[in-house]
Ligand binder design. Structure first.
Ligand code: PGA
Length: 261
């Protein structure tokens, strides 16, 4: 695992944009794994800018998103379908028929989870997976206590996640936040060839400490990434606030940059 500690979210988003742009330039048919939340918004703006400037094209890419709330239609403003369309897909040249977000309205959730896994496999697997991180250590919606081997599944959300996400719902109304989601599993995420995780702000300190320096445990699902062989964690100084080995991570990064070697 490589840890890049940046001054602020702007610098972190810029670094992540460079990684994604280089990846798509190298392989125009990249299968992207995408994430929602406030963390990737700036990165998505930078990708759209680079696309408009002709630096990179997403025309031949496919994408798979991590998760979706159960019960929200794609047109619901808080759904992750809507988020992706308005924050990224409408602003880049990707073929929207090749973008995938789990179906939160499926009648048979188990069958639709299985189909989602099959679609990822049929696309050849995810080349580069973007992740945020929850304050409770979740990645996608894999909450503490979930299996570290699980595939796409339905997940009951923790009270912590529901209250973290209430700010995004009308007037912060917690009762409007769905209590379950469909999410790619830790096992699905671990299959991505490359992982880029972004974390900004003090609220992510505990989660980042658990991810990078904690024991691998289901109580901190992101810690499974310690077993991924091409994972870069990009965090700002605040999110890195509880790491013990900061000086060493900065030294490594100064020597090798984003490369995993
Ligand atoms: P955030 O969410 O980017 O809005 O902080 C991250 C997550 O819960 O995975």
């Amino acid at each position: 695992m490589k840890v890049a500690i940046v001054q602020n979210p702007e610098e972190g988003s810029k670094l992540a944009a460079e990684i994604f742009i280089a990846q798509v330039q190298q392989n125009p048919k990249t299968v992207l794994g995408l994430a929602t939340g406030s963390t990737p918004v700036k990165l998505y703006n930078l990708l759209a800018e680079a696309n408009r400037a002709g630096v990179v094209s997403f025309k031949e890419c496919q994408s798979f998103n991590l998760d979706e709330y159960i019960g929200l239609a794609p047109t619901h403003e808080q759904s992750y379908h809507y988020f992706m369309k308005t924050q990224l897909f409408d602003h880049i040249d990707i073929d929207q028929t090749k973008t995938h977000v789990p179906d939160g309205l499926a009648r048979d959730i188990a069958a639709s989870c299985k189909a989602y896994e099959e679609a990822i496999a049929a696309a050849g697997g995810i080349d580069i997976q973007l992740l945020g991180i929850g304050s409770d250590g979740h990645i996608a919606f894999n909450e503490p206590g979930c299996s570290l081997a699980c595939r796409t599944h339905s997940q009951v959300l923790t009270q912590q996640t529901i209250s973290d996400n209430a700010r995004l719902f009308f007037n912060g109304r917690i009762e409007e936040v769905p209590t379950q989601a469909v999410t790619m599993g830790i096992g699905s995420i671990m299959d991505a060839k490359r992982v880029v995780l972004l974390a900004f702000g003090k609220g992510k300190q505990e989660a980042i400490a658990g991810l990078v320096e904690g024991a691998v445990t289901t109580m901190c699902p992101c810690s499974a990434l310690q077993y991924h062989n091409d994972c870069i964690v990009i965090c700002d100084e605040e999110a890195a606030g509880k790491l013990r080995n900061v000086a060493y991570y900065k030294y490594i990064f100064s020597q090798t940059g984003v490369s995993n070697i």
